[in-house]
Design a protein around this ligand. Structure first.
Ligand SMILES: [Zn+2]
Length: 268
């Protein structure tokens, strides 16, 4: 064990059990990265959300070393809305809920009481929220939180985006991909997707023009090439700002979480 700097790695899967035995005391926060394997337009790899979640989790753990551990990322999420495109893999919400539930239970049984789920894929949000609602009821001495990546830097995303419509595999996400792993991006295939409300059909326009109202539609309805926004406007510099700011803000929250006394278990 490297006692000054903590264990050899902040990745749980890289360590041996004797190195992990005392880890919940020195590294009280565990991050579970969630991703997806789904179409990301003509220029981004299907693993984009998984890699973004992994890299952001790693950068947070590096910044907070040795107080955070990172579990392996879950590489498939809830992507039903992308199934019209070749290659997308999806879990049902109930399967992902159970996976999150069982991973959190595993960490809990080994002593972790402060857990953070970091999803790179917005399609997982509702499922994560349901999973955490169940866990909070079951494990009353557990602190558990979650976030996406782009929503944590929504203000910056708004500033850096160029399109009226921005979202999946558009300039904001492509910029992040360029920064976290250039191998995710086929630079010569970057293209404009549905970047304005006028690019959408009737159902897509209805879905995107009433803030606060949820009306999910298949991605094919929103965009012929699977992109919302204009990926040609992406840059590695914008990705650096988005990712570095997200890391700083998530680490800020987790630092507060480290400092919180563990909650006492309620006896029924
Ligand atoms: Zn994505």
């Amino acid at each position: 064990m490297h006692t000054d700097t903590g264990p050899r790695s902040f990745r749980l899967a890289d360590l041996t059990w004797p190195e992990i035995a005392e880890l919940p005391a020195s590294a009280p926060v565990a991050i579970i990265p969630l991703g997806a394997c789904e179409q990301h337009g003509p220029a981004l790899a299907q693993r984009t959300d998984t890699t973004r979640a992994e890299v952001v989790a790693d950068l947070v753990a590096q910044r907070m070393r040795p107080r955070v551990v990172v579990t392996p990322a879950i590489p498939v999420g809830v992507s039903e809305h992308h199934m019209d495109f070749p290659g997308t893999l999806t879990l049902t919400p109930d399967t992902l809920r159970r996976v999150v539930h069982e991973l959190v239970l595993s960490l809990y049984r080994h002593g972790w009481r402060k857990i953070f789920v970091l999803t790179g894929h917005g399609g997982n949000n509702a499922t994560v929220e349901v999973a955490l609602t169940g866990l909070r009821a079951e494990l009353t001495d557990l602190y558990i939180g979650w976030s996406g990546i782009t929503p944590v830097v929504a203000d910056l995303a708004k500033e850096l985006a160029h399109s009226e419509l921005r979202g999946h595999s558009g300039e904001v996400e492509t910029s992040q991909a360029m920064f976290v792993d250039p191998d995710l991006v086929l630079a010569d295939r970057l293209s404009r997707g549905s970047a304005a409300l006028d690019d959408l059909g009737a159902a897509g326009r209805l879905s995107r023009s009433h803030p606060g109202i949820h009306f999910p539609v298949q991605y094919r309805t929103l965009s012929a090439n699977g992109t919302l926004g204009d990926a040609r406007q992406a840059s590695k510099q914008a990705g650096d700002r988005l990712v570095s700011t997200a890391v700083e803000r998530i680490a800020g929250f987790l630092t507060g979480l480290v400092e919180l006394p563990e909650p006492a278990r309620e006896t029924p």
